[in-house]
Design a protein around this ligand. Structure first.
Ligand code: FAD
Length: 386
C-alpha cells in the first residue's frame, strides 16, 4: 500500500499551502469572521489565478481536470486556514462544477464552466427545505411546472450557503408529483436575478464569512434548457454530488480540528503555571495526544474515501464514516482546545472561540451524525429504524 501523493498532488498542496500562508493570515481570517458574509472578490480572484476553480472541470472547458483527491488536498489547506473560505468556494464546486461536468448538456458546459473557472460566477446548491433536511424526500415541496419552453418554479429553500451572492442557484424541485418522490425530482439552473427569486441571510453562530440563506421562488420562470440532465432523475444525479460532498465536508471538519490543535499546542508551550509550561502537565499532553490521534485517523479515512471515489469503487459508507470521524475530531479539538486555553479560550482575543463556534455547523450539515449512523448500520443489513 502506497500512501504517497503524486508529484502533481504535492505541487497542488504546496501551491495552496503557500497561498494560505500568504493570503489567509490569522489577522485576515479574523477580519473575515468579523466583517464578511462571503469571501471577498479580490480573494476569489487570487484563488482563480492559482487554478482553484478549474479543479474538477474538464480541460476543454478551461479546467485542469483532476479528481476528488486533488479537491481534498486543496480543501485541507484552505479549511485549516479558514473553513469559511473553504466552504464558500466549495459550494461553487458542489453546486456548479461537479453537477455540470457530470450531467450538464454540451451547451451548459460551454456556457457555464469557463465562467466558473475564471472565478467570475458564483454558484450555490439549494436542496434543503424548511420542513426538513434529513428527510428531504418527505419534506421537499418546491415544484417546477412545465409551461411551454419554460419551467415555473415555486417554493422555498432554507440554509443555502452562499445564495446571497450567487449568480446561479442550482435548485432541486418536484417535476412529477404523482411519482414516488425519488423518481419525480429534477435539477435546474436558476439565475439568481430572475424575477420572483428572493434571498435573505440567516443570522448564525459560526462560519460567519460564508453566509447561509433562505431562498424563495415565487413563480420563477426558468428556460427549459436550464434543466440539468434528465427530467425526473434528479435524485439519482444528486447522489453523485452528495456523496463527494460528504468527503469534502469531512475535510472541512478536519481543517477546523487542525487549526484548533495548532493553536492549543502553541498555547501549551507559551503559557506557564507553577513555573512550567502547561504543556508539561500530563493531562494537557493527553488532551493534545488525543486530538492528534483523531486528526490522523480522520485524515487517513478521508483520503481513503477520495481514493475509492477516484478509482471508481464504492465509497458511500466510508464517506459517511469519515464525516462522523472528522466531526468528532473537530469537536474534540475545539472542546479540549478551550480547556487548554482556560479563560483566554472564552475571550475574543484568541481564535479558539471561532473554532468552537465553527465546528458545530459541520456536525449536522450536510447530514447529521444520527442519520449517518442509521445509514452505516443499514449497510450492515440491519433494518431501517425510521
Ligand atoms: C449553516 C448551514 C449551511 C447549510 N448549507 C446548505 C446548502 O448549501 N445547501 C443545502 O441544500 N442545505 C444546506 N444546509 C442544510 C443541511 O444539510 C441540513 O441542516 C441538514 O440536512 C439537517 O436538516 P435539518 O436542519 O432540517 O434537521 P432535521 O432534518 O429537522 O433533523 C433534526 C434532528 O433530528 C434528527 N433526525 C432526523 N431524522 C432522523 C432519523 N431518521 N433518525 C435519527 N435522527 C433523526 C437529526 O439527526 C437532527 O438531530 C445547511 C445547513 C446549515 C445549518
Amino acid at each position: 500500500m502506497d500512501f504517497t501523493f503524486t508529484e502533481n498532488q504535492e505541487m497542488i498542496r504546496e501551491t495552496f499551502r503557500r497561498f494560505a500562508d500568504k493570503e489567509l493570515t490569522r489577522e485576515y481570517v479574523r477580519w473575515l469572521d468579523e466583517n464578511c458574509d462571503y469571501p471577498p472578490d479580490d480573494l476569489r480572484a487570487k484563488l482563480a489565478e492559482i487554478g482553484y476553480f478549474g479543479i474538477g472541470v474538464p480541460e476543454e472547458y478551461g479546467g485542469v481536470g483532476s479528481g476528488t483527491m486533488e479537491m481534498c488536498i486543496v480543501a485541507e489547506e484552505l479549511a485549516t486556514a479558514s473553513v469559511a473560505v473553504a466552504i464558500g468556494m466549495g459550494v461553487v464546486y458542489l453546486g456548479g462544477t461537479r453537477p455540470l461536468s457530470e450531467f450538464g448538456s454540451e451547451e451548459q458546459k460551454q456556457r457555464y464552466l469557463p465562467e466558473i473557472v475564471s472565478g467570475e460566477k458564483k454558484w450555490s446548491f439549494a436542496l434543503t427545505e424548511p420542513a426538513g433536511g434529513t428527510d428531504i424526500l418527505g419534506a421537499i415541496a418546491t415544484t417546477a411546472r412545465r409551461d411551454g419552453d419554460e419551467y415555473v418554479i415555486s417554493g422555498s429553500k432554507i440554509f443555502i450557503s452562499g445564495a446571497h451572492v450567487a449568480d446561479y442557484i442550482l435548485t432541486i424541485a418536484i417535476t412529477d408529483k404523482e411519482a414516488e418522490r425519488k423518481n419525480g425530482l429534477s435539477v435546474f439552473i436558476v439565475d439568481a436575478k430572475s424575477e420572483g427569486v428572493s434571498v435573505s441571510l440567516i443570522p448564525k453562530l459560526g462560519i460567519h464569512a460564508c453566509g447561509t440563506c433562505e431562498v424563495h421562488y415565487d413563480d420563477v420562470r426558468v428556460p427549459a434548457e436550464n434543466l440539468v440532465g434528465k427530467e425526473n432523475v434528479g435524485w439519482y444525479q444528486l447522489l453523485s454530488t452528495l456523496n463527494p460532498e460528504r468527503i469534502a465536508t469531512s475535510m472541512l471538519s478536519l481543517g477546523i480540528a487542525k487549526a484548533a490543535f495548532k493553536d492549543a499546542l502553541q498555547y501549551s508551550k507559551d503559557r506557564k503555571a507553577f513555573g512550567k509550561p502547561i504543556g508539561q502537565f500530563q493531562i494537557i499532553q493527553n488532551y493534545l495526544a488525543d486530538i492528534a490521534i483523531e486528526i490522523e485517523n480522520a485524515r487517513n479515512l478521508i483520503y481513503k474515501c477520495s481514493w475509492l471515489c477516484d478509482t471508481g469503487q464504492r465509497y458511500d459508507v466510508e464517506a459517511t464514516m469519515a464525516k462522523i470521524v472528522a466531526c468528532r475530531a473537530s469537536e474534540k479539538a475545539a472542546l479540549m482546545g478551550m480547556e487548554i486555553l482556560g479563560g483566554y479560550g472564552f475571550t475574543m482575543e484568541y481564535d479558539m472561540q471561532r473554532h468552537f463556534r465553527d465546528y458545530k455547523q459541520m456536525m449536522f450539515s450536510p447530514i447529521s451524525d444520527e442519520m449517518s449512523k442509521n445509514y452505516i448500520a443499514q449497510s450492515y443489513g440491519l433494518p431501517r429504524s425510521y
